[in-house]
Structure formats: C-alpha cells, structure tokens
Write a protein of this length. Sequence first.
Length: 395
Amino acid sequence: MSKWRIIAKHEYLTNIKRKEFLFVTFGVPLFIIAIMGLSFLLIGIGGHNEENKIGYVDNTGLFDSSNLTKYTDEDLARKDLLDNKITNYFVIPENYTATGKIIIYSSKKNFADNMKIEDQIRNFLLDNLLKNETSDIIQRVKKPIDPEYFTLNEKGLKSEDSGFTIILLPLVFSMLFSISIFASSGFLLQSVIEEKENRIMEVILSSVSHKDLLTGKIIGLGALGLTQVFIYLTIAAVILLINPLALNLIISQIHISIPLLAAGIIYFILGYIVFAGIMAGVGAIATTSREGQQIAVIFSLTGSFPFMFSQFIITNPNEIFAKALSIFPLTSPITMIMRLSITDVPLYEIIVSIIVLVFSAYLTIEISVRIFRASLLMYGKKPTIKELIKYVRQS
C-alpha cells in the first residue's frame, strides 16, 4: 500500500472517533432539531391562548359583522377595552373608502398579536366591501394568485421550478459545505499543529516524504468530510421517512437536476482541496494551536461570504458582485451552486470558475507542500514573510 494511503486511512480512522467530530456530526443536527421542536412546542402552547376579542366603531354605516362586537360610541369601546371585556377595537373613519385608513387600539403591546388582528380586520373589511359578490370573487380578492412557475428551455420543453427549491437548495448546500469543509480542514490544521507540538512529526518524516504526508492527510480528512455529509443526508432521510407529509412535500416541490448534483460534487471536492491546502500551510507556519486558529479564521470568514450575502445572491444572481464571488476560489463553490440553482449561468462562466478553482487547488497544495517542507521542523519559531516567500520559490 502506498504511504499516502496508509496516512489517509490513519487520519480517517483517528479523526472519525474524535469527540469534536462526533459533536459536530451528531450534536449540531440534534441541537437544531431540539430548537425547532421547542419552537413548535411554544407555538402550540401559544396557540391555546384565548382568542382576541375585537370590537369596532363604524362611522361610515357600511360595515356589519356577527363575529366582532359593534359599538355605536367610541367611549363604550374604550371602557370595555380598559375593563378587559375586549382585547382590541378599531375605528372606521367616515372617509375610509377614500383613504383606507383605520385606527386600532389594543390593551397590550404584542407584535405577533398585531399581525393576527390586522388579518382578522382585513378579512372583516373585505367581506363587507364585497358582500354583493360571490364567495369565489371574495376568495380571489383575499388570495389573488396561486402561482406555478415554469421555465421554457431551448428545446421547447417546460420544466417546473419551485420557489421552495430556489431558496432551500442553495442554503442547504451552503450549510453542508460550510460545516463539512471547515470542520475537515480544521481537523487538518489541528492535526498538523498537534504533531508539531508533540514532536511526532520528526518521526513521521523519517519514514515518508512531505508530499505523501500532506496528500494522505488531505485525502483522509476529505473522506471524513464526505462521510459527514452522508451522515447528515441519512439523518434527513430518516426524519422525512418518519414524517410522510414532509416527505411528500419535499418530493413534490424539489426538482434537482443531475447536472446540478454533478456540479455540487465537483465544487465540493475542489473547494475542500483549496481550504485543506490553506489550512495545511497555516498549520505548518503556526507555532501554537491558538495562533493557527486565529490565522485560519481569516480564511474561514472569507469562505463564508456567500452564506452571509445569500439573500443578495439569491435575489441578484447575475450582478457583478455575485459573478465576482463565483470566480474567487474561496467563495466560488457556494456562490456558483446558489446561482446554478436560481438562474441559467452562462457556460463560459462555469468553465472559468472551475478552471480558476482547479488552478487554485493545485497552487495551494504546491505552495503548502513547500512551506510544509521548509518550516515544519522549525519548532517554536514563526517564519517571517521574507522566509515564506523564499520557501515558496524553492523547487
């Protein structure tokens, strides 16, 4: 067996048992599920609260309702509100039909309740304004559109696009990419620094070359990242199978093309190699774990830019900023998948993005190997910028 394969196997088997890996892989999903469950529980508890009792004062003489309490005098409505006989009342001015303005009074300040109250009042007003219309017309006014989206391709075929897919798919990929790539490259950084601090590196390098060592670590921890993604997908599949309604919703709404999946895999692998090469280089020049983490944060934050600006990218996928993030190697994996999920990206942009990413992956690995070789045994000494440039220039 090749030496790099032995190292890759060792890195994979060692790190898959780490408490940090187990926590990130299983703890984070469980934490998210717990938070979501708590939210639904609180919503359920809140849903059993007493219904809002709403009154109104109609100065136009046009409105009537059996569900709301009608007052002929605003002073009576105010008295009942203060006595907690009603929770809200609203006044319809004489010029309502010209201005649409109403005044709402409440016994307590609650933003969530205000939204519910506005919805009730809106339905009340529409029912009265359209009382001579049929129920179908009333419903169409309340909900004028029930949209279905289709894209006409060059072959004249229509393929359904889901708004649910447009928003969910790129964000899910962003989260998976961020967690798995950053976790795996972080393990690589931690592994290199620990072996330096414990002086195990001297023993290892007496048996293998710098290139084999770095290659084995990158491949082993890359496989660890893919394992993490597989575990996430398995957990998601189990949850969906337990909940048939959610499964039917996902199947009916999400339409993922094979080219998009292929692009996701390509960008995932290339993106990981870029970050792994950077983390290996950082680990080689850092003298302590804290120092290495401080340097690595710069690159991790840069790689998270598309996730931070996801709303802008989703709504403006063809703007210069989104295109620039599609080319820059640290941000292109997430950004390009977002854009491919939303719009038709020109083929030349995809090719340029992949070429830049491939070149960057090769360059980061090559530079990291040289820095790795030159500075790895410099225990306790941090190389200067001039020394790093010298290491990189050496063949």
